[in-house]
Design a protein around this ligand. Structure first.
Ligand code: HEM
Ligand SMILES: *[C@@H]1O[C@H](CO)[C@@H](O)[C@H](O)[C@H]1NC(C)=O
Ligand SMILES: *[C@@H]1O[C@H](CO)[C@@H](O)[C@H](O)[C@H]1NC(C)=O
Length: 330
C-alpha cells in the first residue's frame, strides 16, 4: 500500500508540496488499515502524531539517537520488566506494562533505576502536557521507547499499540536483572526472563538494545562508557564487540555472561554477530511482547495500533557513511 516509489516521490517534494499532498495519502492509509481492522476498528488518535514530532526533537540529534532516546528504551524495559509469571496476577498488568515506573514515585528510587532519573522527569513533563488529551502513562512510555528505537539509525519499527490501563501501585521488587554481581550470571538471567515469558533467543535479541547504551550510574565501570563503539546507531556491533571490545567500549558482566557460546543464550547471541536483519526482526518481535507484558491477551488484542505515527525507519548504512567522524566516538 505504501510503495517504495511513492515514498521516494514524497521525499523529493518540497515542504509546501508535501503539506499539500500528504493528507490525501494518510487518509488512504487510514482507510486501508480500517479495512484490515488491525487496530480493532479504531483509528490511532491524532495526538500520537503530535507526540511523535515532539519526541523527535529530543531523541534525534546530528542524525543519531540521543541520551534521552537510550534512556527511553531502557525506561520502557524497566516499567514492563517488573513482571513475573511466578507471581499472582493483579490487574491491570501484574506489575508489567502499566506505567507504574512513572506513576508510583517509589519505583524510580530503586537502585536498578539509577541513571533513569533525568528521563523520568522528561517523560513525566510530557505526560502532564498530553494527559488532558487522553494520553495514558503506560502508552506514552512504550510509544516513546519504540520511537527511540526507530529514531536510532538502523532501528526497526516495532509494532506500537495504545490502550493500556495505568497503575500507580508499586511493581514487585527482586525481578529486574543485575548487570554486575550476584544474579548477573547466564543461568540466573535466563531464568528471570523465562519467568517473564521470554526465550533464550528473545533475551539475546533484547539485550542487543545495549547497542545504543551508555553507562550512567554503574560504579563498577567508567561513567559515560558505551557498550559498543556506535551508541547513536542501532547496529549489531554490540554483539561482535562484546567478544572483542575495542578501546573505550566497556562491557557489563551480564552481557559477557550472556555471550558465552556454550550457553543457551550465548548460542543465539553469537548468531546475531553481523546479522543486522535477523537481529532487528527478532528484537522488534520481542520488544512488542515486552510492551504488553502482563496485559491479558484478550485485552491487548483490542488495543489500537499507532505504529504509523512513529517516524520512518532510517537505514544504518546510510547514516554511518554520512555521520561525522566525531559522532562515532564514545
Ligand atoms: C539481562 C538483562 C539486562 C541487564 C542485566 C541490563 C543491565 C543494564 C545496565 C547495568 C545498564 C547501565 C545502567 C546505568 O546507566 O547505570 C543498562 C543500560 C541500558 N539498558 Fe540494559 N540490561 C538488560 C536488558 C535490557 C533490555 C531488555 C533493554 C531494552 C530492550 C535494555 C536497554 C538498555 C539501554 C537502552 C541502556 C542504556 C541506558 C542509557 O544509556 O541511559 N537493557 N542495562
Ligand atoms: C473491527 O473491530 C471492531 C472492534 O474489535 C469490531 O467491532 C468490528 O466488527 C470489526 N470490523 C470488521 C470489519 O471486522
Ligand atoms: C561458559 O559456559 C560454560 C557452560 O555453562 C561454563 O562451563 C564456562 O565456564 C563458561 N565460560 C566462561 C568464560 O565463563
Amino acid at each position: 500500500m505504501r510503495s517504495k516509489s511513492t515514498f521516494l516521490m514524497f521525499s523529493l517534494l518540497t515542504p509546501s508540496a508535501l503539506c499539500f499532498s500528504f493528507p490525501q495519502t494518510s487518509d488512504i492509509t487510514a482507510s486501508i488499515s480500517n479495512i484490515f481492522n488491525r487496530s480493532g476498528g479504531t483509528k490511532c488518535p491524532a495526538i500520537w502524531t503530535t507526540i511523535s514530532l515532539d519526541l523527535t526533537k529530543s531523541f534525534l540529534a546530528n542524525g543519531q539517537c540521543t541520551d534521552l532516546a537510550r534512556a527511553a528504551i531502557r525506561y520502557a524495559f524497566h516499567d514492563a520488566g517488573t513482571f513475573s509469571l511466578k507471581l499472582p496476577f493483579t490487574a491491570p498488568a501484574a506489575g508489567g506494562a502499566d506505567g507504574s515506573l512513572l506513576l508510583n514515585p517509589t519505583e524510580i528510587s530503586r537502585p536498578e533505576n539509577n541513571g533513569l532519573q533525568d528521563y523520568n522527569k522528561f517523560i513525566g513533563d510530557k505526560f502532564t502536557l498530553y494527559k488532558p488529551q487522553g494520553v495514558g502513562a503506560a502508552d506514552l512510555i512504550y510509544f516513546a521507547g519504540n520511537h527511540a528505537v526507530v529514531t536510532c539509525p538502523g532501528g526497526p519499527s516495532v509494532k506500537t499499540v495504545i490502550g493500556r490501563t495505568d497503575s500507580s501501585t508499586a511493581s514487585p521488587t527482586g525481578v529486574m536483572p543485575p548487570g554486575f554481581g550476584p544474579g548477573s550470571d547466564h543461568d540466573s538471567l535466563l531464568k528471570l526472563f523465562v519467568d517473564k515469558g521470554f526465550s533464550a533467543e528473545d533475551l539475546a535479541a533484547l539485550v542487543g538494545a545495549h547497542s545504543t547504551s551508555k553507562n550512567i550510574a554503574e560504579t563498577a565501570i567508567p561513567v559515560g562508557a558505551s557498550q559498543d563503539s556506535t551508541p547513536g546507531v542501532w547496529d549489531v556491533k554490540f554483539y561482535a564487540e562484546t567478544y572483542n571490545p575495542p578501546q573505550g567500549v566497556v562491557r557489563f558482566d551480564s552481557d559477557i555472561a550472556l555471550s558465552n557460546k556454550s550457553t543457551a543464550v550465548g548460542k543465539k547471541f553469537a548468531g546475531f554477530v553481523d546479522g543486522q536483519g535477523k537481529w532487528t526482526g527478532k528484537f522488534a518481535d520481542a520488544m512488542y511482547r515486552l510492551s504488553v507484558l502482563g496485559v491479558p491477551s484478550g485485552t491487548a488484542k483490542n488495543f489500537v495500533e499507532c505504529t504509523d505515527a512513529l517516524p520512518k525507519a532510517v537505514s544504518v548504512k546510510r547514516d554511518i557513511r554520512g555521520a561525522a567522524i566525531n559522532a562515532r566516538a564514545v
